[in-house]
Design a protein around this ligand. Sequence first.
Ligand code: PEP
Length: 234
Amino acid sequence: MSKILAANFKTNHTRASTQEYVEKLDTSMGELGYLDDLYLFPPATALNNFNVKNSIHIGAQNAYPTIKGSFTGEIGVEQLEEFNVKTLLIGHSERRHILGETQEFIAKKYIWFIEKGFKIFYCIGEPLEVREAGDKAVRQYLVEQLEGIDTSYENLILAYEPVWAIGTGKTATAELIERTHSMIKEMVDKPLLYGGSVKPQNLAEILAVPGCDGALIGTASWDAESMISMLEIA
Ligand code: PEP
């Protein structure tokens, strides 16, 4: 199976710099003959109908489960449809732990968007204290993060992102990724990405882990040249 790469811009890049980034990536994908799917999650203000020749798919980092309405600061399906966005990131640890999204709300959002046919990138991952408590505690934590999620949905891609490895420069070892991916795959048989300080220097090793179907990349994806070097590796 080909590997899936996804880039999460978080609160980085403007509309203009995203346009430039997409153009660079599109040109490089053509030159490299890179045929796999690449997913980009720019900030909401940079969503656009990009004119690309290669398989670059644009997703939203967040959206509210509504077509439109009175949800100050949020965006709904009407705003996504303007740019043909049909891919959504749900359950990212920053939304869970910084923005305070509960599992109940995340599950409600998930169910709502799968009914609208969105492709979902769904993130799960344990904080450090749970990892330190051992595999049994990790399993229980991940099970809770899947509560209310219809995992039979055909357009679901999972991402295992240990919280202690996100944006910290600490990457999980290949052994730990393999063990945890196999634990998750026993629960959900869907494509499973790894995320957490993935960068050009460790991508090859991570993609070689059995049961790893790709990578969700934050920090190291923000620079187009860095992302292009990861396309060369994938
Ligand atoms: C992420 O935000 O999904 C992520 C994996 O970030 P980073 O690569 O910076 O750890």
